[in-house]
Structure formats: structure tokens, C-alpha cells
Design a protein around this ligand. Structure first.
Ligand SMILES: Nc1nc2c(c(=O)[nH]1)N[C@H]1C(S)=C(S)[C@@H](COP(=O)(O)OP(=O)(O)OC[C@H]3O[C@@H](n4cnc5c(N)ncnc54)[C@H](O)[C@@H]3O)O[C@H]1N2
Ligand code: MOO
Length: 420
């Protein structure tokens, strides 16, 4: 009998296991971003990656205008001390300019956003004046040139404003709209196929026999891919059968840029995924010094990238956010790095850990009565306990070098939520 020790997730040190950063670097080095492009109407560009430089075709704002409701006048008419009284000769509305030139000693009632009339260069807020019929009294506190927004101060005609590779988010949609741009050139959407493996899995609507479970990973993965803005190809559940699996991978390779699978990457008898992938293409690595998510396989079949996520439901989510999401964004041609803000928080828990691998326990981040960020760990940390993701609101990032965490220690947390 052979009692040779098999590599196991329980090991803290394991030769041949890649550190998280090394694994990410290998993925980036092996793959090239998409270059194919298409034109889409502006609203459909949300979440897409720009494939052209945007040069401003107009000034924004297009005309010099008032930043406040009040009175437009010549700065030279403002008093050095005491006050001055100017005669109001008309009104400038937003979208309905005052047509004449304003002479010295006179002023025009102006609304926010209205063009500054010829002759004027300053706006005094209406709260700061005294009105007596057509006579407007202004005191010495005002400054020439104030409360004016200059033509092109936001975006100047001819200026490059967005570079190729920018992810289009709500601010960019608004910015492009402010330039009157109706259609933009974007990188085509990444096509991501996914399937679950495992004979114990049943799809929704099917009856569970003993030992069977519903395929939840395909739903979690669907959700995460939809939020990532890619085109999804759901290939269902693939049985633990070498021929069926081979066929599914070949099908994916003829349609998709990326294939994501869950399950079948560990060392069990029915874990065929690695073997099939090695036969059809190559597996660059399949072990990472992290928990959960240690058996994560990465490779390529023809031009398709392959990510074999572990079957455990939490391991699927951890590996997706730590590896798959940054990789998808890179493949979509996004040049800005994925910034996932982290917060330093006081630990309200103790957690046993040996240095040697990165761990991603789930936690609940909150502020105490003094405003201090604190984090409590979810009680059940098993990588099959999906509730820890649903009830938690952050990952607690424990790097490779980190040992046991004591209550009161500072830890880095990565909130699940983002703004844009
Ligand atoms: N001897 C060892 N056994 C295991 C090791 C190890 O190092 N040595 N690693 C463990 C770790 S860590 C993980 S993670 C799993 C990964 O294994 P697989 O990727 O081969 O996944 P499966 O064995 O197919 O499933 C694991 C677990 O997850 C459930 N599962 C699978 N797919 C789904 C799905 N689509 N929806 C919901 N749940 C799913 C499955 O029923 C199992 O309970 O291996 C450990 N074993
Ligand atoms: O590390 Mo496994 O990936 O516990 O779930």
C-alpha cells in the first residue's frame, strides 16, 4: 500500500503551490486582451470599454454663463468700499440670452446657466443685493469675475478627454452626452461560457434524490458574470464523464473567449477537469496558496482561457473576485487597474492561522460609536457555507505572511460593495 502524502488543502506549506500574486501575474502574461471593436449607441456603452480616443468636438460649457442666480455686471463697476447702485436693464434666462451689450453703470438680472451678456464679466448673487424697483444696490464685498463659468472650462474643444481602454461608467456616459456624442466605438463584449461539473448536481425544477444537491454555483457565477458586463453562455451541468466533458470544452472553445467551470479540479477520483484540459490544451497551474480556493486551475485551449474554479460555493466566489474579475477586465481591454478599496479595521475576533497562504474569511464591517471601523468574522467559515457571503459584507484579507489574528489587531478588509 502506498501511503505517500497527497497534497491537501489542509497543508499550510506545499511545494509547487503559487502565491496569489504569482498566479495573477502568470495569467496576465499568458493572455492578450481583445482588440475587436463595434459601434454602439451611447446608453449601450455603459459597462463597456472604450476603443477610441474621445477628442472634444465642442466646448463644455459651450458659452460663458452664470453660476448663480443674481445680477450680471461689469467687474469694474464694483465699489472698492461702501456700495454702488446699478440700473437693471433686462433679464438673461438659461436658454434665452439677453441680446444687447450691458454698458457701464448698468446690470442684467441673470439665472444660473444663462449666457453672460456682452459687456459683463461678473455675477453677484441675488441674496447679496438690495433691490429697489430697477435699482440694484451692491456692497463692497464682491470680487470682479466671480460666479462665472467660462466656456470650455469643463471640456475644451479639441482636447482629448477619454483614452481608449477606459471603462464607461455613469460619469463617462454623462460626459459623452455633454459632448453630443451619440455613438461610441467599444471593444466587443467578452464571451464567457460556464458550466458546473458533478454527478450530484441537479438543475432547478428537478427532484432531489438522496445525496443530490441543487447546482447553486451556476447561479452565483451567472450573477457575477452579468455584473461584470460580459456576454454569458450558460452550458448547464456537465456530468463527470471524460467524453462528455471533452465535448463540452471543445464546444466552448469554438464559441467563447473564456471558459469557467466549477468543480472537478481537486484530487478526487471523478475530478476529470484537469485531465481533459491538459489533453485539449494546457494547464498552467492548478494550486494556489490560498483558502478557500486552493485548487484553482488555469490554462488555455486554443485561444480560449480556461478557469477551473473549485466546486465549493464560497471558493467559487472568492476565486472569482480575486482572480476571474480582474482577468475579465484585463481581457476586455480595460487599461485602468481594478481598484478595490480596502479599509483598516479593528478585529473583534480571534482567528487561528499559520503563515504560508493567503486567507479570505468573510466578515461583517461596521463602525463603533466613535466612528472606528471594526470587523467581526462570520461564525461559519467552511467553504461550503454560502451564507457567510450573503450575511457578511466584506472579505478579511489575511496575507500569506500573516499569523494568528488576535482581537484588537488591525486587519485589512475589502468591502463587497462599490460605488460606481
Ligand atoms: N483530498 C483532498 N480533498 C480535497 C482537497 C484536497 O486538497 N485534498 N481540496 C478540497 C477543497 S479546498 C476544495 S475547494 C474541493 C474542490 O474540489 P472540486 O473542485 O473537485 O469540487 P467537487 O469535489 O466537485 O465539489 C466540492 C464541493 O462543492 C460542491 N459543489 C460542487 N459543484 C457545485 C455546484 N455547482 N453547486 C453547489 N455545490 C457544488 C460539491 O457537492 C462538494 O460538496 O475539494 C476538497 N477536497
Ligand atoms: O479551499 Mo477549498 O477551495 O476550501 O474551498
Amino acid at each position: 500500500m502506498n501511503f505517500t502524502k497527497q497534497p491537501s488543502c489542509a497543508d499550510d506549506q506545499d511545494i509547487g503551490v503559487l502565491r496569489v500574486e504569482q498566479a495573477l501575474a502568470q495569467m496576465y502574461a499568458a493572455l492578450r486582451p481583445l482588440t475587436e471593436t463595434e459601434y454602439v449607441p451611447l446608453r449601450q456603452a455603459l459597462g463597456r470599454v472604450l476603443a477610441q480616443v474621445i477628442v472634444c468636438p465642442i466646448n463644455v460649457p459651450s458659452h460663458t454663463n452664470a453660476a448663480m442666480d443674481g445680477y450680471a455686471l461689469r467687474g469694474a463697476d464694483l465699489p472698492a468700499e461702501g456700495s454702488v447702485t446699478l440700473r437693471q436693464i433686462g433679464v438673461a434666462w438659461a436658454g434665452r440670452p439677453f441680446a444687447d451689450t450691458v454698458p457701464a453703470g448698468q446690470c442684467v438680472r441673470i439665472m444660473t446657466g444663462a449666457c453672460l451678456p456682452d459687456g459683463t464679466d461678473t455675477v453677484v448673487m441675488q441674496e447679496n443685493v438690495r433691490v429697489d424697483g430697477d435699482w440694484i444696490q451692491i456692497s463692497a464685498q464682491e470680487r470682479p469675475g466671480q460666479n462665472v463659468r467660462h466656456a470650455g472650462e469643463d471640456l475644451a474643444c479639441g482636447e482629448p478627454v477619454l483614452s481608449a481602454g477606459r471603462l464607461i461608467l455613469p460619469p463617462e456616459l454623462g460626459l459623452l452626452a455633454s459632448l453630443g456624442i451619440v455613438e461610441v466605438k467599444v471593444i466587443r463584449r467578452l464571451r464567457v461560457a460556464f458550466f458546473s461539473t458533478g454527478d450530484e448536481l441537479r438543475s432547478l425544477g428537478e427532484f432531489l434524490q438522496e445525496g443530490q444537491i441543487y447546482d447553486s454555483n451556476r447561479y452565483t457565477i451567472y450573477g457575477m458574470l452579468m455584473r461584470a458586463g460580459v456576454e454569458v453562455i450558460d452550458m448547464g451541468v456537465v456530468r463527470d464523464d471524460r467524453a462528455i466533458l471533452t465535448d463540452a470544452v471543445q464546444q466552448a472553445a469554438s464559441h467563447a473567449d473564456v471558459l469557467i467551470t466549477s468543480g472537478g479540479v481537486s484530487v478526487g477520483e471523478a475530478d476529470f477537469t484537469k485531465a481533459v484540459l491538459s489533453e485539449l490544451g494546457n494547464i498552467a497551474f492548478w494550486k494556489i496558496a490560498m483558502k478557500p480556493g486552493r485548487p484553482l486551475a488555469f490554462g488555455q485551449v486554443k485561444n480560449m482561457a480556461f478557469l477551473g474554479l473549485p466546486g465549493n460555493p464560497v471558493a467559487v466566489m472568492v476565486t472569482f473576485y480575486q482572480f476571474v474579475l480582474p482577468l475579465l477586465r484585463y481581457l476586455q481591454g480595460e487599461i485602468n487597474p481594478l481598484i478595490t478599496p480596502t479599509i483598516q479595521a479593528k478585529s473583534l475576533f480571534t482567528f487561528k492561522k499559520k503563515p504560508g497562504r493567503s486567507e479570505f474569511p468573510r466578515g461583517f464591517l461596521s463602525q463603533d460609536e466613535t466612528g472606528q471601523w471594526c470587523v467581526e468574522i462570520s461564525h461559519q467559515q467552511g467553504s461550503g457555507i454560502l451564507r457567510s457571503m450573503s450575511e457578511g459584507n466584506c472579505f478579511i484579507l489575511l496575507p500569506e505572511t500573516q499569523g494568528t489574528v488576535a482581537a484588537g489587531d488591525w486587519v485589512t478588509v475589502q468591502p463587497f460593495s462599490g460605488l460606481l
